[in-house]
Design a protein around this ligand. Structure first.
Ligand code: ADP
Ligand code: MG
Length: 401
C-alpha cells in the first residue's frame, strides 16, 4: 500500500485525530488556522481547539486577490497564477503556526482547506439558462499538502455543488453535530463578510435543520471603509458608524432586494452586496450627498436589519430560542446592539464561546469537522435532502508528494 494511503487509513482508524481547519472568508482579513483535537465521529464528535490563530494577510495579498475578487471580468492569467500561489502561501502560514505552537507536521492527521473564494454564483444570481450553481475557490490543496507535508482535504464547496447544493453555507453539518441541544431551539449566527445562520430545533429533527445565507454581514461596511478611510480595512469597534445617523430612505432602498424575499436556504456574496449596490440605492433616494458617517451608520443598520429579519423569521413560532453568534461581526458593538434591539424576543445574543468554541475560530473548526467525517465518518447520513441541502463530508484529498 502507498505510504500516504496507509497513513490515511491509520488516521481513519484512530480514536482521536489532530486536524487543522483553515478558513479564508470574503473579508480578506486573514487565514484562520484552528488546530483541533477531534475524537469520535457523527453525533459522538468531541472537539478541543488546542490552538487558534488568524494569520493576517498583508496588503500585497489583499491587492492581488482584489484584482479578481467578485469580478465578472478579470485577467484569467492572474487567476491561473493565483491558484497555486494562494495554496503555497496558505501552506507556509500553516508551517508558521506549527513552528510557533511547537507541533511537528507529522503529528497532524490532516488539513481541511477551504481556499479563498473569488466568485460565488448560485443560479438565483445569474440568468444563464444552461447553467446551475457555481462557486470558485482558489488556493489549490495540492500546494497546501506539498508545502506542509500534510495530507490536505479541500474543494468542499465543489463537492457540495456536485451533490446538488449551492456550495454554501457548509456550516450546517458541523453545527448540527456539535451544537444541537435537547433543551433549547438554537440559531447559530455567523457574521463574516456575508452573514449566515443555521437553525437547530431542540427536537434534533434533521429534516427541520437548515443553514442559509442571510445577506451582508460586514462586506459593504468593509468595502466602504476601504474606499473612503484607507488604510483602514474595517470600522473598528463601530467608531465611524457610531458618529453618524441612519438615513431611513436609504435604509429602505438597501433592504429592497429580491434576495431577501427568497425562501431559506439561499446563498449570496459580495458579487451582489457591494459598493455598486450602495450607489444604486443612493441614486434612487437622492442620498448621494450624505456624509461618510451617515452612510456607515445606515450600512451598519442595514446589516443588522437583514440579520434580525432572518432571526425573527426562524423564531416566529417558537418559544425558547437562543442565538449564538460567531465571526468578526461580533466585535462590532453597534451591529450587535442593533440586532438585539430588533429582536425583542431575545434577552441577549450569546457567542459560541459559551458552547465551548472560540467565535473567531468557529468556521475553521467546522471545516476540521468535515475533514474528520471525511476520514472517519460512518454511513450515517444527515437527512435534510427534503430541503434541498445535500450533506457533504468528502472533499478532494491531496497528498504531500
Ligand atoms: N473590532 C472590530 N470592530 C468592527 N468590526 C470588526 C472588528 N473585528 C473584526 N471585525 C469585522 O470582521 C471581519 C472579519 O470577519 P470574519 O469572520 O473573519 O469574516 P470572513 O469569514 O468573511 O473572513 C472584518 O473584516 C471586520 O469587518
Ligand atoms: Mg476572516
Amino acid at each position: 500500500m502507498h505510504q500516504h494511503i496507509l497513513k490515511l487509513y491509520n488516521s481513519a482508524k484512530k480514536q482521536q485525530r489532530l486536524i487543522i481547519g483553515l478558513m479564508s472568508g470574503t473579508s480578506l482579513d486573514g487565514l484562520d488556522v484552528a488546530l483541533c483535537q477531534i475524537s469520535g465521529q457523527g453525533m459522538e464528535t468531541q472537539i478541543a481547539v488546542l490552538a487558534f490563530e488568524t494569520v493576517d494577510y498583508d496588503d500585497d495579498y489583499k491587492q492581488k486577490i482584489k484584482k479578481v475578487f467578485a469580478k465578472r471580468e478579470c485577467d484569467l492569467e492572474l487567476v491561473t497564477l493565483l491558484h497555486p500561489w494562494v495554496g503555497a502561501l496558505h501552506g507556509k502560514m500553516v508551517n508558521q503556526c506549527l513552528a510557533k505552537w511547537n507541533i511537528a507536521a507529522d503529528d497532524i492527521d490532516a488539513i481541511a482547506s477551504h481556499g479563498q473564494t473569488i466568485y460565488h454564483c448560485p443560479n438565483s444570481q445569474h440568468s444563464h439558462a444552461d447553467f446551475n450553481h457555481g462557486t470558485l475557490q482558489i488556493g489549490d490543496s495540492d500546494h497546501v499538502a506539498v508545502t506542509t507535508g500534510i495530507t490536505t482535504i479541500g474543494d468542499f464547496r465543489q463537492k457540495h455543488i456536485a451533490a446538488g447544493g449551492e456550495g454554501a453555507p457548509l456550516a450546517v453539518y458541523g453545527d448540527y453535530l456539535f451544537f444541537t441541544s435537547a433543551d433549547e431551539n438554537r440559531i447559530l449566527l455567523n457574521m463574516g463578510g456575508i452573514a449566515n445562520l443555521t437553525y437547530l430545533p431542540r427536537s434534533a429533527d434533521a429534516s427541520a435543520v437548515f443553514s442559509s445565507d442571510i445577506g451582508p454581514g460586514n462586506t459593504i461596511m468593509d468595502a466602504y471603509i476601504q474606499r473612503y478611510f484607507a488604510p483602514l480595512h474595517y470600522d473598528k469597534d463601530s467608531q465611524v458608524a457610531a458618529q453618524g445617523t441612519v438615513n431611513q430612505a436609504l435604509l429602505t432602498a438597501l433592504c429592497d432586494n429580491e434576495f431577501f424575499s427568497l425562501a431559506f436556504p439561499k446563498t449570496t456574496g459580495p458579487e451582489v452586496f457591494n459598493l455598486q449596490y450602495l450607489a444604486r440605492a443612493q441614486a434612487a433616494t437622492n442620498t448621494t450627498e450624505l456624509s461618510h458617517h451617515d452612510i456607515m451608520a445606515t450600512l451598519n443598520r442595514f446589516s443588522a436589519q437583514v440579520i434580525a429579519n432572518a432571526i425573527n423569521d426562524c423564531s416566529a413560532k417558537l418559544d425558547n430560542v437562543a442565538v449564538y453568534a460567531s465571526g468578526g461581526g461580533i466585535h462590532n458593538p453597534l451591529l450587535m446592539q442593533h440586532i438585539l434591539s430588533l429582536c425583542p424576543q431575545l434577552q441577549t445574543i450569546n457567542n459560541t464561546q459559551s458552547l465551548g468554541i472560540d467565535p473567531d475560530a468557529k468556521e475553521a473548526v467546522l471545516f476540521a469537522i468535515l475533514a474528520n467525517e471525511c476520514l472517519a465518518g460512518g454511513q450515517q447520513r444527515f437527512g435534510n435532502q427534503a430541503q434541498g441541502i445535500p450533506t457533504i463530508t468528502m472533499g478532494k484529498v491531496s497528498f504531500a508528494d
